[in-house]
Design a protein around this ligand. Structure first.
Ligand code: PLP
Length: 427
């Protein structure tokens, strides 16, 4: 990396813990210094020396329309001139909520937050408040933000760094969270048999993205819906990644499954700090001020974030056909990458769900955290650096999703494939 970048990171480490404001950004899993970003536009991101990279991280999911989309930037600009925060309601919030309710049939009402973490935390609290039960269940390798009760066998940075839980979370809290293997109906049935009467909620990434991409097996979510409904357990779909990534709505629209509560974030904020929780009125009315389950936020429903998000959602609604185009681009990219690896005699397992994918450095299949962890992370790290050298920006961990945006061109895809060939030559 350039001297300028080294200096930037050294400076950051003086004043920011670890030099970064979110752990995976520090590149511990792939070693080396993280690249500081100067700017980004469309499918490209630029380092401090101006080198251009094709970006498959997209701010970890939000930038489905590409970076610095002119309509979104103009919405933010226009909104900012009228003031950046009021701590009082605005009509943009209603418009945003209405659009989300229209897009996702299981959502009758929403509450906006400033992050996905807050959305998941609120969903859990609401489920407990609504059912009067204490225990919650999640699936190993799924990530639902960094609230205490969700950091048990979590994905994302927690998997990357190999931390099973986290110091600072009292055992008593951890004991209230069951962790089940993803895609395993037998364990699920057993857990519900034993704990059903105490289970307030089961939270799931309907397509897991935080242990690398792991799609649900046929029947997994349908059975999960049936069992939770029978036992009066709130089913929470954490669609912070999947919301508006595959269609104008959640992945639940495609799967035709209605959870009780849904968490949103990332894409609905268009790159500004946003989260949302939504669901049936009957449950949502238990939130304060109507109900007694407390939830709040000084910057919740922030006008800049609402106007940016609204603009993004309206664009996605207009450009529904582009979802199919981006799927096809991703499918082509993945199948060609698979071929390149095969020709070079490397074995990889590519898990793809529409426009998100992970190249697992192993034979596969990968269907849960345990199988994901069989990957050769050292080989992944070499591939990561090889691609970076060729101008392709991948997530700095084996256990993350890669994303394709509407802004990625056919040329980006073919450049990425050329980069892949060169990267494998020197791996
Ligand atoms: C990113 C993510 C979160 C957390 O959102 P933040 O905005 O980072 O707090 C929660 N759930 C899932 C599935 C995520 O991918």
């Amino acid at each position: 990396m350039s001297k300028k970048n080294d200096r930037a990171f050294a400076n950051a480490k003086k004043f920011i813990s670890g030099g970064v404001n979110s752990p995976v950004r520090a590149w511990h899993a792939v070693s080396g210094s993280p690249i500081f970003v100067q700017k980004a536009k469309g499918s490209k991101i630029y380092d401090l020396s101006g080198k251009e990279y094709i970006d498959y991280v997209l701010s970890w999911g939000p930038m489905i329309l590409g970076h610095a989309h002119p309509k979104i930037i103009s919405a933010i600009r226009q909104s900012a001139t009228s003031g950046t925060s009021f701590g009082a309601p605005t009509e943009a919030e209603t418009e945003m909520a209405q659009l989300i309710c229209e897009a996702i049939p299981s959502i009758e009402q929403v509450r906006m937050t400033s992050s996905g973490t807050e959305a998941a935390m609120t969903a859990i609290r609401l489920a407990r408040g609504f059912t009067g039960k204490k225990i919650i269940a999640k699936f190993s390798g799924c990530y639902h933000g960094h609230a205490d009760s969700m950091l048990i066998k979590a994905g994302s940075g927690v998997t990357t760094l190999g931390i099973p839980g986290s110091p600072g979370i009292p055992e008593e809290t951890a004991q209230l969270t069951l962790s089940l293997p993803y895609n395993d109906l037998e364990s699920l049935q057993k857990a519900i048999e034993i704990h059903g009467a105490q289970l307030a909620a089961i939270i799931v990434e309907p397509v897991a993205g935080n242990m690398g991409v792991v799609p649900p097996r046929d029947g997994f979510l349908k059975t999960l819906r049936e069992l939770t409904a029978k036992e009066n357990i709130i089913l929470i779909f954490d669609e912070v990644i999947t919301g508006f990534r595959f269609t104008f709505g959640g992945v639940q629209n495609l799967l035709k499954i209605k959870p009780d509560l849904t968490c949103l974030g990332k894409i609905i904020g268009a790159g500004l700090p946003v989260g949302a929780i939504g669901g049936r009125k009957e449950i949502m009315r238990h939130l304060a001020p109507l109900g007694d389950v407390y939830q709040a936020g000084t910057l919740s429903g922030n006008p800049l974030a609402m106007n940016a998000g609204l603009t993004a959602l309206k664009l996605l609604k207009e450009k529904k056909a582009d979802f199919k185009a981006v799927d096809e681009k991703t499918e082509y990219l993945c199948s060609e990458i698979q071929n390149i690896f095969k020709e070079k005699g490397f074995c990889v397992c590519i898990n793809r769900y529409h426009s998100m994918f992970t190249i697992f450095f192993q034979e596969g299949p990968v269907f849960d955290l345990a199988t994901a962890q069989k990957s050769d992370t050292k080989m992944f790290a070499r591939f990561f650096h090889g691609m970076l050298k060729q101008g392709v920006w991948l997530a700095p961990s084996q256990f993350e999703a890669l994303f394709v945006s509407f802004a990625h061109t056919n040329k980006d895809i073919s450049c990425t494939l050329d980069a892949c060939k060169l990267a494998l030559k020197n791996i």
